[in-house]
Design a protein around this ligand. Structure first.
Ligand code: GLU
Length: 279
């Protein structure tokens, strides 16, 4: 059975872009009588706000999207730790104590997420105790797995190229697991067959594919859709005046009618999709 998910982080209210992402996930499953899940990605402790998961549930119901909610990330920390310990035993992670400022001074390339970590601590005897972050040794990991491919339903078959990110952090000093590790494990645990999400996360999939191979997890199909953008091409954001779904809901807007319009790509004035590959 097809299973998709919407995985918002509770660090800000949802906006139209999230509604579009939820609709893409919901409809991809519904088209084949599948299941649509809601998973709250709440391990960014400092930024998570306790009232937001409730707001998100109300937003989805308002849009007319039926979902089944699964465990939030905060309830899955033990599984992240177990996977991290496995990676340690495989010798594909190493501790790092570089600060952001040090990396900003030493980097040589810009990757999809900003400066690529130049590998300063790789092969060094860094104290792995309290306060260290742990990075994936991408070259060593790829030597173990061999070359990998993955498939996006819209963009086609891809050769996995996680090197572009450099040695990403998998275990953080300020939060339990990184986005990359947590989302990869959660999608496998939830039996997600089709990972739908915005194009902005397309490059991250290369890293997720590598983690799947290392941890012998099932490999889903991906569907990276276009992002809703402001007239200047930037992603929608509340701070740029795009009202939240909760604001719209409380103002009495008709949720199902909004969902119909988003499906038809009839966006509010000025807002458009970042590219034509979308639904
Ligand atoms: N929690 C992520 C976000 O809100 C989404 C992760 C994903 O879809 O892989 O951007």
């Amino acid at each position: 059975m097809i299973r998709t998910r919407f995985a918002p982080s509770p660090n800000g209210s949802l906006h139209l872009g999230h509604a579009f992402a939820a609709i893409v996930a919901h409809d991809r499953a519904a088209r084949e009588d599948g299941e649509f899940l809601l998973r709250i990605e709440d391990i960014d402790g400092e930024r998570s706000r306790a009232n937001l998961p409730c707001e998100f549930r109300e937003d989805l119901a308002w849009l007319g999207l039926a979902y089944r909610e699964v465990a939030p990330q905060s309830a899955r920390i033990a599984s992240y730790r177990a996977a991290f310990e496995r990676l340690k035993l495989m010798d594909v992670v190493y501790p790092c104590r570089c600060t952001r400022a040090e990396i900003a001074l030493a980097y040589r390339e810009l990757g999809p997420d900003g400066p690529v970590y130049p590998g300063t601590c790789r092969g060094r005897q860094v104290d792995p105790g309290e306060g260290a972050a742990w990075r994936l040794d991408v070259a060593t990991a790829l030597a173990l797995t061999g070359s990998l491919t993955w498939t996006d339903e819209l963009a086609g078959k891809q050769q996995a190229a996680p090197e572009a990110f450099g040695d990403v952090v998998l275990w953080r000093k300020d939060a339990p697991a990184s986005y990359h590790l947590a989302v990869t494990l959660d999608d496998a645990a939830d039996g997600i067959t089709h990972v739908t999400r915005g194009m902005d996360l397309f490059p991250a999939t290369h890293v997720h594919r590598l983690l799947q191979a290392l941890l012998t997890l099932p490999v889903p199909t991906w569907r990276h859709h276009g992002l809703l953008v402001e007239p200047d091409g930037r992603k929608l954001a509340k701070r740029r005046g795009s009202p939240s779904l909760a604001d719209r809901r409380r103002a009495g807007e008709d949720g199902p009618a909004l969902a119909v319009r988003l499906r038809a790509h009839d966006f509010p004035a000025g807002i458009s999709l970042s590219q034509s590959l979308d639904l």
